[in-house]
Design a protein around this ligand. Structure first.
Ligand code: CP
Ligand code: NVA
Length: 314
């Protein structure tokens, strides 16, 4: 791969704004490739499949895992990544997103963006002539879901007969997980307070992809016999003003040892960063059932596979 050529044939780039931008077969291929890259990295085998390619990484919100896994991934693939903090580029001084997108498209081969409003990644994609990857919006976190599915697949040797339960906020991470589980065939129950349920539109989309999750506001009955219990923070980035109300509403939704008694065989997942003592206890996250750091590691392998899928298909 060399620097992106200006499009001459009107071909549209492939974007990844949510999980269902991949078909079930493409998702499966990405997970297979991720597993291959993971093995190659462990064996010290060369897998520089994107030599000379450049990834732009636009961030309006903080990040540890997304930023470092994408940048490291590009290095391992023989490419390069550029960190673009929103306040360090002209976007922070009011340059329109569509102009940012068009200008960046002339330099980079692929653009990853972490923004507040989901419509902002749609604007970037609409005006980009390179693939745009959603690195988290207020509504979706599809790169996280790729790593989550890779982690589940490794742990259970596939997706068949795996039952997962989401406990807590029906937020960005939850919504992409709902779509990913539907696409992969993981049986899912979502337990949220009624005020923080997954959007109806996401449930409907899941139904068109496979099976829609069961929804409930009773975490205790939801986790009974589950293989996977997954949670995320109660106060996401940008919601700090709602903190007191949210902490009240999420009472009873903490993933702790008492809740997990009903799911003795379950592993525990969390996208991180975690707020210990809120949505999850220190004992659980540090305990034997926790697979959160395997999950975090898989961000690297899954995203490398995604980048190759999007760029090779151009
Ligand atoms: N899970 C996740 O996206 O982590 P970061 O916010 O650290 O990128
Ligand atoms: N729901 C969290 C996820 C962080 C990776 C947030 O949006 O802050």
């Amino acid at each position: 791969m060399s620097t992106h050529d200006l499009p001459t044939d009107g071909a549209q780039p492939r974007h990844f704004l949510d999980v269902d931008d991949l078909s079930a077969a493409e998702l499966s291929a990405v997970l297979d490739r991720a597993a291959t890259y993971k093995d190659a990295l462990a064996a010290g085998a060369d897998h520089a499949d994107l030599p000379g390619a450049t990834l732009g990484m636009l961030f309006q919100k903080a990040s540890t895992r997304t930023r470092v896994s994408f940048e490291t991934g590009m290095t391992q693939l023989g490419g390069h990544a550029i960190f673009l903090g929103a306040d360090d580029i002209q976007l922070g001084r009011g340059e329109p997103l569509k102009d940012t997108s068009r200008a960046l498209s002339r330099y980079v081969d692929v653009l990853m963006a972490r923004v507040f409003k989901h419509e902002n990644v749609e604007v970037l994609a609409e005006h980009a002539d390179v693939p745009v990857v959603n690195g988290l919006t207020d509504d979706a976190h599809p790169c996280q879901t790729l790593a989550d599915l890779l982690t589940i697949r490794e742990r259970f040797d596939g997706f068949e007969d795996v039952s997962a339960v989401w406990v807590g906020d029906g937020n960005n991470v939850a919504q992409s997980f709902v779509l990913g589980c539907a696409l992969a065939g993981v049986e899912l129950t979502v337990a949220t307070p009624p005020e923080h349920a997954v959007d109806d539109a996401i449930i409907d989309r899941a139904a068109t992809l496979g099976t829609a999750p069961e929804t409930t506001s009773d975490p205790e009955s939801a986790v009974e016999g589950a293989d996977v219990v997954y949670t995320d923070v109660w106060v996401s980035m940008g919601q700090e003003d709602e903190r007191d109300t949210r902490l009240r509403r999420f009472e009873g939704f903490q993933v702790n040892e008492t809740l997990l008694e009903a799911a003795p065989g379950a592993v525990v997942m969390h996208c991180l960063p975690a707020h210990r003592g809120e949505e999850i206890t220190d004992r659980v996250i540090e305990g034997e059932r926790s697979i959160v750091f395997a999950q975090a590691e898989n961000r690297l392998h899954a995203q490398k596979a995604l980048l190759v899928e999007l760029l090779d298909g151009e």
